[in-house]
Ligand binder design. Sequence first.
Ligand SMILES: *Cc1c(COP(=O)(O)O)cnc(C)c1O
Length: 458
Amino acid sequence: MPNRPSSSSDNSAADTFDLQALRDGRPVLWAAAGAKRDTVPAADAGISALDVEATVARWRRFAPLLARLFPELREGEGVIESPLLPVPALQQALGLSPEHGALFVKADHGLPVAGSVKARGGIHEVLEHAEGLALRHGLLAPDGDYRVLAEAPARALFARHQVAVGSTGNLGLAIGVMASALGFKAVVHMSADAKDWKKARLRARGVEVVEHSGDYGEAVAAGRRAAQADPYAHFVDDERSRSLFLGYAAAAPRLAQQLQGAGRRVDAQHPLFVYLPCGVGGAPGGIAWGLAQAFGPHVHCFFAEPTRSPCFLLQMLATTPGYGWLGGNPSVYDVGLDNRTEADGLAVPRASELAAAVAGPLLGGVFTVEDETLFRHLALAKAAEGLQIEPSAAAGFSGPAMLLGTAAGQAWLERRGLRAHLAGATHVAWTTGGLFVPPDEYARFLARGERAVAAAGR
Ligand SMILES: *Cc1c(COP(=O)(O)O)cnc(C)c1O
């Protein structure tokens, strides 16, 4: 079974986690040791279920405006959503036996406008900011028609304001495209990992792209500094933003409807496993938190990171007894890793402390994936189901094998009393990006993936 990690990556429990394997860049699973927390600690961060409802309502208010601004949203009446896809052929290719549940893909790789999961958080934050400005300036009534925001007075207001962000690429795409569509000045600070086509796509829309030679953390810090000096600038802070987080969390009620529509029950006998590619932790953290609101004890989220950028795993470890020496907010460089990965959306050296505080206690665990495996699964997703995803978006596909095929995963299933209920389980791999990858770039990804598939004997 090609996606089964080597036995050396089998860590028994969180307290005996094999740190050396992590340092060596081998795939590992860190599984939560204690009982599952399903009461949500977000009150500490000032976030409640009511905020998710408010976010869903905000998306609804903006839908008519979005349909006007983006031709691709007209047919769907301004709704930015993705389907939940059954993927039986991919499930077979990944070696997940039907006795262990059914695999689905939550297809955010095709989200319109932004082409990635960042549409949820990034676009939401730009909309919330625009709404606040327009209300304060009396250009919008709270229950009015939001399409006035596409007209001259609102555009003149937005043109005086700047929206800025630091990004490895996809967040910049979401924020830059939405901000410029509303008429804001948009500035995106890109880290060195950001792909050229993402920069070109933004510049073509009039977005100012500032290129930094450093990593994601440095691009964010530079953007934050530049925006602080300008009272007309709003900085979208990927490491701290509540609005981003809520935009992601609002995915949960929609997924609940989709699972119901697909006839998938979620309860004690029918657990829901969700595998989420993780960079700084904001997107998967917001989604995991939203899912905990929607499904309580019956949802089990796992974050997926590249073997060389496991910042969220380290953050979880740092709060585990015996790992205090890692410090409060460790970076992957601290343990000798280099943060180099083709999964540019996940190339983050240090996790968001907000995301870790709010979503960390809810997680089943965090696992890591080698780049070769990302490419192999990218190719399998294409061959089996015709899905076009980017490497970052393939990280979740290792989830079932990490859970079922490692000692750490088996021990976790045992601790949580889930082994008897696998037949009724639903596994959701969240594919987080891909729509706008240029054809030549995708062809290279696919060729590399196909070589990896051949090398693995399939
Ligand atoms: C940003 C991103 C993620 C992860 O989101 P974070 O908020 O950084 O954890 C996953 N996949 C893709 C394709 C992304 O662009």
